[in-house]
Design a protein around this ligand. Sequence first.
Ligand SMILES: [Zn+2]
Length: 69
Amino acid sequence: MNLLEISSKRKRLRTDMQKREIYKLENNKIMRQRRSCPRCGTGVFLAEHEDRVTCGRCGYMEIKKKSKQ
Ligand SMILES: [Zn+2]
């Protein structure tokens, strides 16, 4: 294996991981993990933060409700 093959393999692995972050396989069905933006519609996903979700396209922000115990 030469250096080019190694680097291309790494790139492919990283892409697979990014997909897995968004989609989760559950009961042989692909479940959407991330919510899409209510303003931009489906296809534009909201970025998950610790206390909020934001849309990088239109700037939509939604505060996550924390359930205090
Ligand atoms: Zn949006």
